[in-house]
Design a protein around this ligand. Structure first.
Ligand code: PA5
Ligand code: MN
Length: 190
């Protein structure tokens, strides 16, 4: 079966920043205001500027979202910052089709790929330029910026993976990446 192509013209990837350019690239961003309930310290969150951008995602999706057999490509840019003692990070999700996996390749900055399996066991992998990470199926994943410059990482995932945010919103991750005595540490939720 041939997949219906939405836009498969080649795009340009800037290896220094991870920026994608081309007619098939779109972009979304998340502000602090849109990340209500994501960070642990609600008091700290509530006095910060809700318009502040926490992360942006550029995506190249050559086939329709949800069809089987295609691949998507994207770059996530996470700003440096903290909400209380918790690093700026993405919302995080499981894939809707749970067995779908994903690659992340760090381009710039320092960060952490936080992974939680379906038994709610959480771990993280340090991200630094050139580190390539495999997100196995069945794992919730999110990216945190633990450095002082924008963290950018490329990702490649199957077009039918989908994003299940609800499971993460309902219970969160079992541990959070916090700044403890000057370095990032996973701290279990009470
Ligand atoms: O598909 C992915 O895993 C990434 O492109 C993420 O969507 C991106 O990092 C933003 O994170 P989230 O979708 O959890 O807001
Ligand atoms: Mn994903």
């Amino acid at each position: 079966m041939r997949l219906k192509l939405v836009n498969c013209e080649p795009i340009q990837v800037d290896f220094l920043t991870g920026t994608l350019a081309g007619s098939g690239v779109d972009e979304m961003k998340r502000t602090l205001g849109e990340l209500s309930g994501v960070f642990r310290d609600n008091t700290a969150w509530s006095v910060m500027d809700p318009a502040q951008v926490v992360y942006r995602v550029q995506r190249f999706r050559p086939v329709e979202e949800g069809v089987a057999g295609g691949l998507f490509w994207g770059t996530t840019f996470v700003q440096p910052g903290l909400v209380g003692d918790e690093y700026f990070m993405t919302k995080g999700h499981f894939h809707s089709l749970r067995d779908r996996s994903e690659f992340y390749l760090t381009i710039k900055g320092e960060g952490a790929l936080i992974l939680m399996d379906e038994h709610r066991k959480t771990r993280f992998e340090p991200m630094r330029p050139g580190s390539l990470h495999y997100v196995p199926g069945g794992h919730a994943h999110r990216v945190a910026n633990t450095g002082s410059v924008i963290l950018s990482a490329l990702a490649c995932w199957p077009s039918d993976a989908g994003h299940d945010y609800e499971s993460v919103t309902n219970r969160g991750f079992s541990s959070r990446l916090r700044l403890v005595n000057g370095s990032p540490r996973l701290v279990e939720e009470p």
